[in-house]
Each structure stands twice: as structure tokens, then as C-alpha cells.
Write a protein of this length. Structure first.
Length: 95
């Protein structure tokens, strides 16, 4: 297995075809999990953060995607960077 990180919109769109093929095989093929939705969400809500989408491949291709982002938060008044799921109050729930 190999894990890579998609860190920009171009990388996201480059992975789109393989990502959509993976979703077609999934029992959770929701529109909010598509690369197009994630790209649109990022364009509208991701400005102050860094894209950090984990893509997991085995020898047959893409087997998993975790749309995450790096954010800066405060922990006891100390700024820290953390990786969180790419979501906010406008994000539909997904399994």
C-alpha cells in the first residue's frame, strides 16, 4: 500500500477519474463524496487552510480517500497545526 497526499486543486482534479471509479464501486456513492463536490467546497470554504487529502493505493489502484485539511487552532493560547476532516456546518453528513 502507498499513501500520498493531495495538496492542491490541480492534484484533486488529476485524481478525479480514479476517485469516481472508486465511488462507483462503493456502497456510499454520495454526491458530497465526489471530487467535484470536494473541489467546490474547497473553493468556497478552504481559503485559510491547507488541503491535505490522503489517497491510499494498492497495486490495483485507488482504494481509499480521506478528504482532510490542515488548520491552525489554538491550544491553551498556543497556535498549533492539526489535520481535520474537510467539513463545516454546510457539509452534508456522510458515512
Amino acid at each position: 500500500m502507498r499513501i500520498s497526499v493531495i495538496s492542491d486543486r490541480d492534484g484533486l482534479l488529476s485524481a478525479a477519474l480514479e476517485w469516481k471509479r472508486l465511488l462507483e464501486k462503493s456502497s456510499c456513492n454520495a454526491v458530497s463524496l465526489t471530487p467535484e463536490w470536494i473541489a467546490a467546497w474547497w473553493d468556497n470554504f478552504g481559503a485559510d487552510n491547507r488541503m491535505h487529502i490522503a489517497a491510499v493505493h494498492d497495486r490495483d489502484g485507488l482504494v481509499g480517500v480521506a478528504p482532510m485539511m490542515e488548520v491552525v487552532a489554538n491550544y491553551r493560547r498556543v497556535p498549533v497545526r492539526k489535520i481535520v476532516i474537510m467539513a463545516n456546518g454546510h457539509t452534508p453528513a456522510a458515512e
